[in-house]
Design a binder for this molecule. Sequence first.
Ligand code: NAP
Length: 545
Amino acid sequence: MGEDMAEQFDVVVIGAGFGGLHMLWKLRGLGESAVALERAGDVGGTWYWNRYPGARCDVPSVEYSVPWDRELEQEWDWSERYSAQPEILAYIEEVARRHDLKRDIRFETTVTAITRDEERGLWVVETDTGTPFEAPVVISAAGCLSTPNLPDIPGIEDFARPLHHTGRWPHDPVGFEGKNVGVIGTGSTGVQASTAIAAEAGHLFVFQRTAQYSLPALNRPLTKDEKAEAKRTYGKLRHVQRNSFGAATIEPPMAMKAFAIAKEKRFAEYERRWNIGRQDLLAAFADIGTDAEVNAEVSEWVRGKIRGIVDDPDLAEKLCPTVNPFGTRRIIMDTGYFEIFNQDNVSLVDIREDPIARITQTGAQLESGRFIELDMLVIATGYDAVTGPLLDMNITGKGGQKLNDKWAHGPETWLGLMMHGFPNLFTITGPQSPTVHANVIMAIEQHVDWIADCLQYMDTEGIAEIEPRHESEVEWAMTVAAIGSANLRAKDTNNWYLGQNVPGKPVSYMTYQGGLDRYRKVCDEVAADGYRGFDLRRMDAAADA
Ligand code: NAP
């Protein structure tokens, strides 16, 4: 591949979801020449791929909107409290249209390798289109949940009827009417898909390995008054988002520890928060996430709700989560999930009790000998989350070091933003940052702003390269682990936040669990301290090196 064929930019951005679009827009403001490379055929990121029936956001629409276009806040009307995928995708389209962002995006362009050319102080980004791109700076906005995790169930490749992973859902309509449909997976995705498919399918078989906690979203159309109020109060909302743990309007926990008040008052608080239709129950008391006894009480309280919804007591018991504590996995927000099990056309297949021995051409063979014929399989088994999208890109840093080797035992970063040995490579919502523990659009904003400030600082100070020191990564790993180990999540055994959901993946604290507000302060302090923990190399020094 000749160097002369390469397209040159100041910055290459990877991804054209919310992160890539925001970064592209910001870079334009800085006067940097930038291109975004996107695997998909259009903008949208996760909302481009996840077209499965029932796909919907679990953050209220008004809050799940870009904070950097004040005009759009006033012009866009969200139809529902929790928007469905088509509406969110249309919104992202509108963001791209009004800022004319698509002119700087190369679609259907998959990054195949990113290699540091130390001599020229550039990243060489190779793609499946044949055209390489070169830039001193690369910013990955490849997302946290974009590399599908395919289940290693024997024979799955033999299934001769339609099979769709929810994260690669077809663009053409998929019909379920009269069909025997199997859904494997009962996370946020499986719950949403099953709820929607149950309304149409001849028969739906939900293959459940682990029962999950799910709360009612209480989704509904937004009223005219609510829309007007949202537009009036966006300024206040953004302030709350930027200064809260999860960039959310969730009510803060009660001031005291849970067991400091009477049981009936605690239960009244659980009930009140259950009826808000957000994730507020998780925050009822600060010690729900850290005190096993308190957590056990809330977990049992939620199981009581499930028993109240599902008519068949044996079935209700199977749907009651017992394997992991409440809130250690992402709380699911549903729209009538447990209710579908009262329908005649829905069956739960408990594959913890009776595992799938193999998938055949026509269905699922269980270990007990039971065979379930299926016309279609829906795979909702999640993602090789957080590190997967970065490790997929074959990244080679200084001295020929592969990122895959560096992260063989889990991610190593400084602030979840950069890696030692990989100068000028930034990650938006990357490993060891708050990522999905906060409203991800707001987590993106914090990263985009920090990176933009850093690039500006480099320009002003004549700095060619920024690279974190190894000891900074050690410091950050200790911070991330200290916070992570205090949460009951650390006791979970199959949690994608810890990398446990993908066979062979190293188990580690992949996310910073200390809150976006606290994280923002740390990142700002590091920058104000002259980018503490980084090596900054000036133009001439970088050339000498
Ligand atoms: P997930 O939470 O990782 O759930 C995957 C499901 O597949 C689990 O039930 C898992 O069972 C099951 N599974 C995995 N491998 C399996 C195998 N080999 N055999 C049988 N079952 C298997 O994935 P997800 O539901 O796609 O959600 C991922 C994240 O995406 C969410 O946590 C959330 O952050 C985001 N999301 C958000 C929304 C929303 O905004 N509403 C919607 C969808 C997704 P085990 O529990 O036993 O491992």
